[in-house]
Design a protein around this ligand. Structure first.
Ligand SMILES: [Zn+2]
Length: 467
């Protein structure tokens, strides 16, 4: 597949690169094999011999978003009951959703299929998912993601300590023992691999992930066992770390350890939140190669304080963004980017209000840095690339800013400076490329764009959403 148009990506933190009028070639395995300016001799030759998908002026291709933290079963109750305190919300919605989905396979399939559709609609091509306890339900989740063409890292939840409140509508939601939880985790890994083993390797989009909910729900035996499985088999791990003050204090009091002191900090691990970590903790994560899923919206609801994002980035920790559905109500990573910037600006403002404690560092991030986190940052946390380059899987979304014929903005976008008074007559074709994409146009989309600006979406070279 040969695609011609403008390509935009964030190769480094804070840098947005526009590749004007380039050609990308993608092979049958979904890998980018060629990337160069369309006017180069080699490109001209290629264009002459093959069909080309043309991205019109006013539109560009961007790597798909990566959502590093999403509770798939909680999608059932997205945007519900968020005025409750965390433990009550967990009882009434989160754990209840998980128990309900585990007891009703038809409902699981319905919720998970819709989730896949919504992810693609929002430009998310890669997602790291928390599932439920029951193996079969997570196989349904993996199957739904694979069938929809979503690149999904699927976590069967592991937990052998009950956290439901007495009389909770979720009843007791946990596994019988550490050994049965370990057996089930191991079995899910095999069955998840088995689900796609009949496909050529390049078409396998789902991968199992070890998923201890968090330290308070897992015995030391279970945590140690999962760590062993990960080390022996190279399986990825995800969990929640230092999300809330009472979590950190509970682990200290009940387990005599710090929340971060577990053997799950590996280079294959993604830890959600990490709100209560300090710079020395970040250095530790960096040394281990462990990534953080920054979830600014749910932090605002349940963490009581913002994540020290700038400090984590300065420590070279891998950071991506997570929607944290349904502790976060929005599946759209565009919103996660905006929230990450807004929260960081409040931190910076607060820093400036304390002149005696002023540190020389600006704590805010800008839209370009957030776009890096949403694409390349998240991808690197999962061993992917998240940019356009030869050798990378072609995961892309088409973003439409303005109509190439009328120059009028698409959806919620208005570009008054390029929009002529259109008289309805077709324009000279030579004028169509007269308006060139620029950073300000992309910034406006970042601020006010929505799904009306999204055209086709490709994952691993396959088009998974029609324009
Ligand atoms: Zn979570």
């Amino acid at each position: 597949m040969l695609i011609r148009g403008d390509f935009v990506h964030a190769p480094y933190l804070g840098t947005i690169e526009i590749l004007f009028d380039h050609i990308i070639d993608v092979n049958d395995q979904g890998i980018t094999t060629y990337l160069a300016a369309a006017e180069s001799l080699e490109s001209i030759e290629l264009i002459g011999t093959r069909d080309v998908v043309n991205i019109p002026a006013g539109s560009f291709l961007l790597p798909t978003f990566c959502d590093l933290h999403l509770h798939a079963p909680q999608f059932l109750y997205q945007g519900t009951g968020l005025d409750l305190p965390l433990m009550k919300w967990l009882d009434k919605y989160a754990l209840k959703a998980e128990a309900r989905i585990d007891s009703d396979p038809a409902l699981a399939r319905r919720v998970y299929s819709r989730l896949a559709t919504r992810l693609k609609e929002n430009g998310t091509g890669t997602v790291l998912l928390f599932g439920t306890i029951k193996e079969e339900t997570n196989l349904i989740l993996a199957d739904c993601m694979q069938s929809a063409g979503c690149r999904a890292f699927v976590g069967k939840l592991s937990m052998d300590i009950d956290i439901t409140s007495p009389g909770s509508p979720a009843n007791v939601y946990l596994e019988k023992s550490a050994s049965s939880a370990l057996e089930a985790a191991q079995s899910f890994i095999s069955r998840c691999h088995g689900l796609v083993s009949h496909l050529p390797e390049s078409q396998r989009l789902v991968e199992p992930v070890l998923t201890p909910r968090f330290v308070p729900t897992c015995t030391d035996e279970l945590l140690a066992g999962l760590g062993d499985v990960s080390n022996r088999q190279g399986v990825r791990v995800q969990s929640h770390l230092a999300e809330a003050k009472d979590q950190v204090e509970w682990v200290r009091a009940e387990r005599g350890m710090e929340d971060i002191d577990n053997n799950l900090l590996t280079s294959r691990t993604v830890q959600a939140h990490c709100t209560f970590l300090t710079p020395p903790d970040f250095q530790r994560l960096e040394r281990k190669g462990t990534a953080v899923a920054h979830c600014p919206l749910s932090n605002a609801y349940f963490s009581a304080k913002p994540f020290p994002l700038r400090e984590a980035l300065d420590s070279q920790v891998k950071v991506g963004l997570g929607s944290d559905v349904a502790g976060g109500y929005s599946l759209d990573i565009m919103n996660s980017m905006r929230h990450a910037v807004a929260v960081s600006r409040m931190r910076e403002g607060e820093r400036k209000l304390r002149p005696n404690e002023i540190s020389p560092k600006d704590l805010s991030i800008d839209w370009k840095e957030s776009l890096y986190l949403a694409t390349r940052g998240g991808a690197l946390a999962l061993g992917l690339q998240g940019i356009f380059q030869v050798g990378a899987p072609f995961d892309a979304q088409e973003i439409r800013l303005f109509d190439p014929v009328t120059n009028s903005g698409i959806g919620p976008l208005d570009y008054f400076d390029i929009e002529p008074e259109f008289d309805g007559s077709p324009k000279d074709a030579n004028l169509l490329n007269a308006v060139q994409l620029n950073h300000e146009m992309i910034e406006k989309w970042w601020c006010v764009g929505d799904i009306r600006n999204r055209g086709a979406v490709w994952v691993n070279g396959a088009q998974v959403r029609a324009p």
